[in-house]
Design a protein around this ligand. Structure first.
Ligand code: PRX
Length: 630
């Protein structure tokens, strides 16, 4: 952990039009926050009552440090709140989901249609023997069936574990075996920039050593030539659906039953299976979607994240659907078929709320204003950002070029583990470029030193959270020790792992990770995972990986590799190593740079000092190197 350091902060801010505050769900931030602090349980009780419970909870919260239970003994089903509730309340023909494919195809589901599809897939899963508590792995491209499959699991109480479609075979295998998934739902191909990429070899390899898998359900997208994915285990997605009935009552779930597992990189060792539960997660995502994005009946809401990440779980699927919103999704990358694609979509669908990542914003900045300027963006009213620090330059560009100096920008800080937004600037409040903002009402976050004492404005420290919140993770799947570590590192606080600083008004600026995680284009990558992928290549003896700042992606991965005797450094070997990481972990974990080296800086106990490598790479002072071995 780093020592205290001070940061020079600018004082520039923007004030949104007062109408934002007047008409918002949240109203005055300070009033809402004070009300929460006065009585946190009453605060969350009021929120939870807006949702449907099959039977009410006996208690809002039970907190035995570091374990919390929320909405104790309450029974519900998140899909009832996301679907049936709206169908029954007059929104059956409202558009729930608009999907746009790479080839310009559109698919639209109303709430009634979405419910029907979810029930059919749910019944299909039941015919495969999937029961409440069983784990189902979803490894799919960004198509409506991906979301439908998630909801179908939740319908019957199966625990989904969605794996982002960009992961490779080894990463998929470790996530399937970690969760002991009974069924894998996947597709034959994924489309990327006009090319169809077969998934057959990835799936085959990923399930070879995964004895828990009984069935592989395959969505066929390739029309011309059907590809067989797995001879013995495969079932066609729509054969399964068509054979199943259309009525499927929601499983009655206890608030504390698990809803899903989502794997996230750890700073050491294997990825962590973050466990979220039905009741608290539902309330947390519902509340934050409602207040942070201020969703109203007529909004058209577009979060560009893939449901394979937590942002997709909370703010593509569960949050917006629990509010009965119209959501837009696309499987296209932001600059395909040209850099104007996203802005045409905003105009075409009349998007009112856009939620994306700084890396995309910085890419658009680089491509130039002429692209957004070709489209009419006047439907937009709120802009969101997530995944990494939104640097002041990117904020200014987003605010001016996309928001035309009138849309509030909500920079939302949170994590897979927190399940919901924790720190942001509520619409209607002053915005300080570079600062995410303050704790949202419902959350107590602060910047503290290693003893848990809040630090003064301008002094750097650790971002930390005090007290439980409904959508907090309940454990790390099969590794509760790792869960406890979050609450044991800084006394009385949940340690986030990020460095941060506050300004005089209490706004928090997130500076980056304090551990060995690298945030690349908004995605968390563990140095340990990349290093072990490199070392699994026959030519590599040792490897160390660092994050190197990058103008667009925030960070890129740089690897230092020591070769085994008998292997010689060459560009050919470099490419071989890159390919090896690509097929093992997937393209998102590929190093952008590889250096062949003779030694690596290590402590006397043999631990690689990545901090020293990083300082050297960036021409900076490596700090305390007293533990460095000769
Ligand atoms: O380092 C922070 C960064 O992403 C981490 C969480 O990553 P993940 O669990 O993959 O979730 C990403 C989407 C919520 C954090 O510890 N991070 C996330 N949002 C921000 C951020 N850093 C700065 N500003 C943000 N708004």
């Amino acid at each position: 952990m780093a020592d205290d350091f001070s940061v020079k902060l600018t004082e520039k801010y923007y004030t949104p039009d007062p109408s934002y505050r007047q008409n918002s769900w949240i109203g005055d931030y300070q009033e809402a926050y004070d009300e929460f602090r006065k009585d946190p349980e009453a605060f969350w009780d009021r929120v939870a009552r807006e949702l449907h419970w099959f039977s009410p909870y006996a208690k809002v919260r039970e907190w035995k440090y570091p374990y919390a239970r929320w909405f104790v003994d309450g029974k519900t089903n998140i899909t009832f709140n996301c679907l049936d509730r709206h169908v029954q309340n007059g929104l059956r023909n409202k558009v729930a989901l608009i999907w746009k494919g790479e080839d310009d195809t559109e698919r639209i589901y109303t709430y009634r249609q979405l419910l029907r599809e979810v029930m059919r897939v749910a019944n299909g899963l039941k015919t495969l023997g999937v029961e409440k508590g069983d784990r189902v792995c979803i490894y799919m491209p960004m198509v409506p069936e991906q979301i439908i499959s998630m909801l179908a699991c939740a319908r019957i109480g199966a625990v989904h574990s969605v794996v982002f479609g960009g992961f490779g075979a080894a990463a998929l295998n470790s996530r399937i075996t970690g969760a002991e998934a009974k069924v894998v739902i996947t597709a034959d191909v994924t489309f990327r920039r006009g090319k169809s990429i077969p998934l057959k070899h990835i799936i085959e390899e990923a399930i070879i050593n995964a004895p828990s898998v009984e069935h592989v359900v395959v969505l066929r997208r390739e029309k011309t030539q059907p590809v067989e994915i797995h001879k013995e285990m495969e079932i066609d997605f729509y054969d399964l659906v068509h054979a199943a009935g259309t009525e499927c009552e929601p499983e009655v779930m206890d608030a504390e039953d698990p809803l899903f597992i989502l794997y996230t990189s750890g700073s050491t060792g294997t990825p962590k299976g973050i466990v979220h539960t039905c009741g608290g997660y539902m309330v947390g995502t519902y509340y934050t979607t409602k207040t942070v994005f201020d969703i109203k009946d007529n909004d058209v809401y577009w979060c560009t994240a893939d449901p394979g990440w937590i942002t997709g779980h909370s703010y593509v699927v569960y949050g917006p659907l629990s509010l009965g919103a119209t959501i837009v999704i696309t499987e296209s990358p932001p600059d395909y078929p040209d850099p104007g694609a996203y802005w045409r979509m905003v105009e075409e669908f009349g998007v009112t709320i856009l939620y994306t990542a700084p890396t995309a914003i910085r890419m658009f900045m680089k491509l130039g204003e002429q692209w957004p300027d070709k489209s009419n963006l006047s439907s937009l009213r709120i802009l969101g950002s997530v995944g990494e620090p939104l640097n002041p330059e990117a904020f200014e560009w987003y605010y001016r070029v996309i928001g035309k100096n009138r849309c509030p920008v909500v920079d939302t800080w949170w994590q897979t583990e927190t399940g919901m937004h924790m720190v942001t600037t509520m619409i209607g409040e002053r915005m300080y470029p570079g600062f995410a903002g303050k704790s949202i009402p419902g959350v107590v976050a602060d910047v503290v030193d290693k003893n848990g004492t809040p630090v003064a404005p301008g002094t750097g420290g650790f971002l930390a959270i005090r007290d439980p919140w409904p959508s907090m993770m309940r454990t790390v799947y099969k590794d509760d020790e790792r869960y406890r570590k979050y609450w044991n590192t800084i006394p009385n606080w949940y340690a986030v792992g990020d460095l941060a600083v506050k300004n005089k008004e209490g706004y928090i600026m997130v500076l980056g990770r304090s551990d060995d995680l690298i945030v690349v284009a908004g995605h968390n990558i563990g140095t340990a995972e990349v290093e072990s992928a490199l070392v699994s290549h026959k030519a590599v003896a040792e490897a160390a990986v660092i994050g190197k700042p990058d103008e667009v992606k925030g960070n890129i991965i740089k690897a230092f590799v020591i070769l085994r005797v008998g292997h010689t450094a060459s560009d050919k070997l470099k490419n071989e190593l890159l390919y090896h990481v690509r097929i093992t972990l997937g393209p998102i974990a590929m190093p952008a740079e590889i250096d062949f080296v003779a030694t690596l800086p290590k402590t006397r106990s043999g631990k690689i000092m990545r901090r020293v490598l990083k300082a050297k790479e960036m021409g900076m002072d490596p700090g305390d190197i007293s533990t460095l071995d000769d």
